[in-house]
Design a protein around this ligand. Structure first.
Ligand code: 9MR
Length: 561
């Protein structure tokens, strides 16, 4: 009838493995049949749309189209009773390859202090910027023997996001996630190549990439006392230009407890991971262990050195107005660092901290909530837990299962059939990372409980990121048929290349709209716009790419089994 909105179809734009569950979501369609046609041919499958689901995160009303039973590889379109057609999609043996490999390669494009060669970066080759071999010591970071204005060497690392600064706190959760991906799927990653300068060496590419950032992080520790500078930064966010343009001074700023604990955790885990590559990287594991122990000690002596930028700017010059990452609750950082240190060193003196902080509850991981990385390590290495810690292990299993069960509920009742959105507060700054991190939690729930439903729910969130969401975007640049073209990302904006740098996950729907940009929709699950100024929804960040790397590679490893 006149005035009825045309029906729309939302689905994973990269396609489906033959044996995977397959769901599309439709809006604006009446009850009735749906058809899956071979792209230029016959009907391959006929199904019936589900009942209606009312979204709790927008005014959308949806129906589900389940075509799991269709397993034959091919290119298809979904057609509704009213004649509306989806974009073509595939059922194919390895549908997650492009997205997962591209996401990991995304870290290469974020490398600081190095030129990106056309042989690896293609159209997005660029000169080196920000050498950071002689950053200035900010007045807030000065100590006897290290006056303000003296020089600090901390080259390399990844740019945090769309900006050109390097933040230890956010690097920590990113590294923990990537190193965990390797520890959980070593055989899979040992043979995975992404086309980076180091692809020919004997290290897996994911570890070559992690090493690029690890060496920077290690250089951010003050060897005189073990404390770690919170960040290496310009005083202000700079213009939307390539890294080599501009020559603003760069500063290392005040040490913080959060940064120091995150470095302790990262280096303790890295010591374990790089141990087996001792021939290629002699001494690295030992250096990591030493740095982790010194950091832990400093944090013990300075338990509450919080990074508060406004306070800092009242006391020191010049003002620093870049990302804060000012975490106030450090119990989860304690738990993570203690867990990594215990598993790496087997020193039982870390156990009381683990016992104490375990009670603080389990949360979806984020830069401010890193406790889950500790639980992952304890689960992965449960064989190393002493007998008296078995009850503690049971407690972890119960909490992961409970958290997973809550997410499953959201998937069963939600308008897009995903755990993502089970609470309106899922749609925060960086909501796409919430979806990816929920996926990691669900994969762990599947592992500890043996219930495969959890794994299917993790796949639902992957489908969400790849297009089955209320915006209709596949949220990874260069992937799918409708992905962001204007991310808030200085290299993408400044390079004169039409297509954005590929393999980067944008932040996603965020009704907070802290950027005050124009958004066509403001309801939580639709509060997204593909526009460069919309940094609260369309920036990219390393801590968002990392859980997407984990989730998509884990699911891919599963699909290839
Ligand atoms: O991801 C961060 C988000 O959780 C915060 O709400 C937001 C505001 O403090 O900052 C985000 O992190 C940004 C960082 O501060 C600077 N680099 C870009 C990051 C992504 O937007």
């Amino acid at each position: 009838p006149a005035g009825t909105r045309k029906a729309s179809v939302y689905l994973n734009q990269e396609g489906f493995a033959p044996a995977f569950p397959k769901t599309a979501i439709v809006t604006g369609a009446a009850a009735g049949p749906f058809y899956i046609l071979v792209e230029r041919g016959d009907t391959a499958f006929r199904g019936t749309l589900s009942r209606e689901y009312l979204s709790t995160n927008s005014s959308l009303v949806t129906r589900r189209a389940d075509f799991t039973a269709l397993q034959r590889p091919g290119t298809y379109v979904l057609v509704l009773g009213g004649g509306e057609r989806s974009m073509p999609f595939r059922i194919a043996p390895d549908p997650l390859r492009n997205a997962s490999v591209s996401l990991l390669k995304g870290f290469y494009f974020q490398r600081s202090g190095t030129a990106l060669d056309a042989a690896f970066a293609g159209a997005w080759a660029r000169p080196a910027g920000h050498p950071d071999t002689a950053a200035l010591v900010h007045a807030s970071a000065a100590r006897p023997g290290l006056p303000a204005g003296s020089r600090w060497r901390a080259p390399g690392g990844w740019y945090d996001a769309g900006d050109y600064n390097k933040y230890i706190v956010n690097s920590g959760v990113t590294m923990g996630t990537l190193l965990s991906a390797y520890e959980d799927f070593p055989a899979y990653f040992d043979t995975l190549r992404t086309g980076i300068p180091e692809s020919g060496n004997s290290l897996p590419d994911i570890l070559d990439e992690a090493l690029w950032n690890l060496r920077w992080m290690m250089a951010m520790q003050d060897p005189a006392d073990g404390g770690v500078f919170h960040k290496l930064t310009n005083p202000e966010f700079n213009g939307m230009v390539l890294p080599h343009i501009g020559s603003e001074p760069r500063y290392v700023v005040r040490k913080s407890t959060a940064a120091t604990l995150d470095l302790a955790a990262t280096c303790a885990q890295a010591a374990r991971v790089f141990e087996k590559f001792g021939t290629e990287l002699p001494g690295l594991a030992d250096s990591c262990r030493r740095i982790a122990l010194n950091a832990w000690q400093w944090a013990g002596a300075h338990p509450a050195e919080r990074y508060q930028q406004e306070e800092l700017n009242k006391r020191f010059d010049p003002d620093i107005n870049t990302g804060g990452y000012g975490d106030a609750d450090l119990r989860d950082e304690q738990l993570w660092a203690a867990s990594e240190l215990f598993i790496t060193t087997r020193d039982t003196s870390y156990l009381p901290v683990i016992r104490r902080e375990l009670a603080t509850g389990m949360r979806i991981p984020s830069w401010a909530q890193v406790g889950f990385l500790g639980y992952m390590t304890l689960v992965r290495h449960q064989a190393l837990l002493p007998e008296d810690l078995r009850p503690l292990y049971r407690q972890i299993v119960d909490s992961v299962t409970l958290l997973g069960a809550r997410l499953l509920e959201g998937r069963n009742t939600g308008a897009f059939a995903t755990p993502m959105g089970h609470q309106r507060k899922d749609f925060a700054w960086g909501s796409n990372a919430v979806a990816a991190n929920q996926g990691i939690v669900l994969l762990y729930a599947a592992t500890v409980s043996g219930n495969p439903e959890f794994r299917h729910a993790a796949l639902d969130n992957a489908d969400y990121l790849l297009g089955r969401n209320a915006t209709g975007y596949c949220f990874i640049t260069g992937i799918g048929h409708h992905s962001p073209l204007h991310p808030h990302h200085r290299p993408s904006e400044g390079d004169g290349v039409t297509a954005p740098v590929p393999g980067l996950l944008v932040g996603g729907p965020n009704p907070g709209r802290q950027d005050q940009a124009k958004y066509p929709f403001t309801e939580p699950e639709q509060a997204y716009v593909d526009a460069e100024p919309a940094y609260a929804a369309n920036e990219i960040a390393i801590n968002w790419n990392a859980p997407a790397v984990y989730l998509l590679h884990a699911l891919r490893a599963w699909s290839l089994q």
